[in-house]
Design a protein around this ligand. Structure first.
Ligand SMILES: [Zn+2]
Ligand SMILES: [Zn+2]
Length: 132
């Protein structure tokens, strides 16, 4: 089981799913979302997530004209687990507190739009755009 929390600790969650794969997204939206070159996330079925506390602290922002939402703690601004698709969610790998020992970067997506200074230094498979 994976557990995690935001920076202030107001929002906490657990994920009951077996995964060892991290996806790093280098798209322009994720660059602005993170303030960094990419965002590292894990993906899991919606039913695997349980909020432990602070669900009422979560704010959402939907990007106009895009199928993209950011979910974040309204107190400290940390990204928190959010919607990935109809039945799936993702969680930023950096807010995992425990249970992430076997995680490994498996895929880099949207490498075609990465920042010029962003150098990928691991063995993750690189994809120009999304994985279909
Ligand atoms: Zn917080
Ligand atoms: Zn992205």
């Amino acid at each position: 089981m994976i557990t995690g929390a935001c920076n202030c600790g107001g929002v906490a969650f657990e994920i009951r799913a077996e995964t060892d794969s991290i996806y790093c997204c280098h798209c322009s939206i994720c660059q602005k979302w993170s303030g960094a070159g990419d965002v590292a996330v894990i993906v899991f079925p919606k039913t695997a997530l349980k909020w432990l506390r602070g669900e009422h602290l979560i704010s959402h922002w939907k990007k106009p004209d895009a199928d993209w939402e950011s979910w974040f703690c309204s107190t400290c601004g940390s990204p928190v687990p959010g919607k990935n698709g109809e039945d799936s969610m993702f969680a930023p790998a950096g807010i995992i507190t425990s249970g992430g020992e076997n995680l490994k970067v498996a895929h880099h997506i949207f490498v075609g739009s990465k920042a010029s200074w962003d150098v990928i230094g691991d063995d993750g498979q690189q994809h120009h755009g999304r994985i279909t």
